[in-house]
Design a protein around this ligand. Structure first.
Ligand SMILES: [Zn+2]
Length: 131
């Protein structure tokens, strides 16, 4: 199986695609099998906005098991332009430069590289909007 090629192609795709409940309009992110609000299993595809505002954040100085090599990093709650709240890592900014209410945008970044298996995982992160 050609893992490297598979992963190289992924960053070009949007990872902000999710689902919206056809019954009550609740947006689920990440996608789930049943609506958390009304229990419906009928969904339509929904593309989340890529920009938002940082509502709150915390600097993690003791990474969880498996992420020990990581320097301190920032986890924030981002309110997207449509009001959806996403908990995500905040990247490309030093912990002392992060501000609540700062404008952020989604980027797709490598989160962990397993040296033994060569498997690379990607995830959505948010970075400050460059003015
Ligand atoms: Zn629903």
């Amino acid at each position: 199986m050609s893992v490297p090629r598979y992963w190289r192609e992924i960053p070009r795709r949007s990872r902000l695609e999710t689902v919206k409940c056809s019954e009550c309009g609740t947006i689920s992110y990440p996608p789930r099998a049943r609506c958390g609000k009304c229990g419906s299993s009928k969904f339509e595809n929904y593309k989340l906005p890529e920009k938002g505002e940082l509502m709150t954040f915390t600097v993690v100085r003791t990474p969880p098991k498996g992420f020990e090599k990581m320097p301190p990093y920032i986890i924030g709650v981002v309110k997207l332009e449509d009001g959806t709240l996403i908990t995500s890592q905040i990247t490309d900014v030093a912990p002392e430069e992060v501000n609540v209410n700062m404008k952020v945008e989604a980027v797709f970044r490598k989160v962990v590289e397993d040296g033994d298996s060569g498997i690379i995982q990607y995830a959505i992160k948010f970075r400050p909007v460059i003015k």
